[in-house]
Design a binder for this molecule. Structure first.
Ligand code: KIV
Ligand code: NA
Length: 266
């Protein structure tokens, strides 16, 4: 495969070719995901939950994100790598965000992701103008789950939906080149995908997005305990191997067979 590029991701969005993204935290999985056709690997701060056993992503450090980004970059062949900026690595100032983003970029990320609405727009602009592509993240933003009052759907009421649209436009105007929407009503996510002009990657946001992302350990059914509604277990239904489960995920995302709004959407 040719190395994935930002232009190619924008082209996929424009032409309606669905983008298959999964989280990835180490070299072995990076190689496996890449071979299975995953377009984008997210070194997510969800590693705080799935690798570290924490109850939230808040305690994850920048050094830990740098370490896992390096591991993923070593196993990667052609997929696009996004590194999550963890809690307390970008909130205080654009300058702080720059130092953190640069650390992930030097570790091998092609793009960094940060959570939040309008207040992040100046941060996004600061990073993009200086050469680091940024993915925004709206809806359920796990780093601020305490403020949100729990893991629940965002943007259901009219006022909340209007605010999310405004925030998304501000982020695009600031130079964000991708947007993750988490736990957002399918109709709102579809509308944003059709209007923003950048790829919108959904997780619990319906089949109308430019692409999908899931936490690797969730879709492989390795995560202990209850799973959110938007997760599908790809080991179920006869996948004989991890490779096969990931290949199925990629093909179901590409064919818009996953997610199914009745089963996984809001
Ligand atoms: O950290 C993560 O895994 C994420 C995805 C859920 C989008 O941010
Ligand atoms: Na994250």
């Amino acid at each position: 495969r040719k190395p994935m590029s930002l232009q190619r991701l924008l082209d996929m969005h424009a032409s309606g070719d669905k983008i298959a993204m999964l989280t990835c935290y180490d070299a072995a999985f990076a190689s496996l995901l890449d071979d299975a056709g995953v377009d984008v690997m997210l070194v997510g701060d969800s590693l705080g939950n799935v690798l570290q056993g924490q109850t939230s992503t808040v305690p994850v450090s920048l050094d830990e994100m740098v370490y896992h980004t390096r591991c993923v970059a070593r196993g990667r062949k052609s997929a696009w790598i996004i590194g999550d900026l963890p809690f307390d690595s970008y909130q205080a100032s654009p300058q702080e965000a720059w130092k953190s983003a640069a650390a992930l970029f030097k570790a091998g990320a092609h793009m960094v992701k940060l959570e939040g609405g309008g207040w992040t727009a100046p941060v996004v602009r600061f990073l993009v103008e200086r050469g680091i592509p940024v993915c925004a993240h709206l809806g359920l933003t796990p780093q601020t789950v305490t403020m949100l009052g729990g893991y629940k759907v965002q943007g259901r009421e009219e006022a909340a939906a209007a605010l999310m649209k405004q925030q998304a436009q501000e982020l695009v105007a600031a130079g964000a080149q991708m947007l993750v929407l988490e736990m957002v009503p399918s109709a709102l996510a579809t509308e944003l995908t059709q209007t923003l002009g950048i790829p919108v990657i959904g997780i619990g946001a319906g089949v109308g997005c430019s692409g999908q992302v899931l936490v690797l350990h969730d879709m492989l059914d390795v995560t202990p305990g209850r799973r959110p509604r938007f997760v599908k277990n790809f080991m179920q239904g006869g996948a004989g191997s991890v490779q096969e489960a990931v290949r199925r995920y990629v093909s179901e995302v590409k064919a818009q067979a996953f997610p199914q709004d009745e089963l996984h959407g809001y």
